[in-house]
Each structure stands twice: as C-alpha cells, then as structure tokens.
Design a protein around this ligand. Structure first.
Ligand code: AMP
Length: 189
C-alpha cells in the first residue's frame, strides 16, 4: 500500500488537492473532518457526541478520532493506498496511525505539508463559509482553528521530519501548479 498524509492548516487546499490526487492515483481519500461532518448530518451517536466540539472549532479527543479512522481504513481492505487528510493532528494520533499500519504490514510513505500564509487562509475560508455554510468556518471559529494549527497541530511535522518523510510544498497559487508539485513528490515513490 502507498499511503500519504496531506497536511496543512484549514483552507490550505487539502480537500481540493485530495480530489485530484485520488482521481489520478486511485487512492482512497480519508478526511476525518468529512467523516465527522457525515456523522453529524446523519445524527449518529458519534455525531451527537462531537457536534458541539466541532462547531466550536475544538479538536475531537484522540481516542474517538483514532477509532473512527481505523474503522474507515478497515472498510477498504483492497485499497491500493490511502490519502489521509486532516489526520493525524496530534502526536498520539501519529503514533497510533504508525502502529495500526504496521499491524497491516504497511506504513506511511510520505507526508506532504501545504504551506499557506495566515492572511490567505482567512480569505479562502471566508469564501468557503459563504459557499458551504460550515459553522466552524465562521470568522471567530476559523481564527481559533488557524491558531490551533500554528500553535499545536504543526508540532506533528517534526515527528515525520525525523523519519525523513516530510516534504513542504508552497500551497499559494494556481490549483493545477500546486497539484503538479504534489504529483512530483508522489511520483518519487
Ligand atoms: P477539517 O475538515 O479537517 O478542518 O476538520 C473539521 C473539524 O473536525 C476540526 O476542526 C476538528 O474539530 C475535527 N477533526 C477533524 N480531524 C480531526 C483530528 N484528526 N483530530 C481531532 N479533531 C479532528
């Protein structure tokens, strides 16, 4: 299996680029944010448990997030590989993912971090909020999520840098050019 992590702050373009990547490489895309939103929409027990946290822009506890992620991987036993989007966001999540993949004789091939400046992120997410109505994209919540990324979540990157798996890509600019940079990284594997 060829597994990649697409890393970056809210509004970096992870969702947009993931769609293009899964089409080109036939990998399975797992976005923990999308999974949580589906649970909330379908009013499952998990959705009810996490909806207030998510609406408030806070992280869901590791245990819940890891269990949901692993379950989703297990639903795709024939996958050629996965693109993990929005996961891991903490070191315990990163360690759990490594252990889980190892138990399947697999691993993370590479981590691609999309680099975008904070003022550009705020603009992009404000636009997304208008289009999707996501409550956690509202101005006060998005600032909280962007701060959370730069103060906490970003500290996951050294974990992968130490494993020599990290590549940073400029996520500012044309969608197709950014996609080409991503493909150039993936094609090395
Ligand atoms: P996203 O669509 O990736 O921005 O995720 C939306 C929200 O879902 C986040 O702000 C968190 O509340 C929650 N979430 C998604 N992925 C994770 C994760 N790996 N760990 C904890 N919370 C998460």
């Amino acid at each position: 299996m060829l597994n990649f992590i697409l890393f970056g702050p809210p509004g970096a373009g992870k969702g947009t680029q993931s769609e293009k990547l899964i089409e080109k490489y036939q990998l399975v895309h797992i976005s923990t944010g999308d999974l949580f939103r589906a649970h909330i929409k379908n009013q499952t027990a998990l959705g009810q448990k996490v909806s207030a946290l998510i609406a408030d822009g806070q992280l869901v506890p590791d245990g819940i997030t890891i269990d949901m992620l692993e379950e989703e991987v297990d639903k795709n036993p024939n996958a050629k590989g996965f693109i993990f989007d929005g996961f891991p966001r903490t070191i315990p999540q990163a360690e759990a993912l490594d252990e889980f993949l190892e138990s399947k004789g697999s691993s993370i091939a590479g981590v691609i971090a999309l680099d975008v400046k904070q003022d550009e992120l705020t603009k992009r997410v404000a636009q997304r909020q208008k289009e999707t109505g996501r409550v956690d994209d509202q101005a006060d919540k998005i600032q909280k999520r962007i701060d959370e990324y730069f103060n906490k979540i970003i500290h996951v990157l050294p974990y992968y840098a130490a494993q020599k798996k990290l590549t940073k890509i400029d996520g500012f600019g044309n969608i197709d050019e950014i996609f080409e940079s991503l493909c150039a990284v993936i094609d090395k594997y």
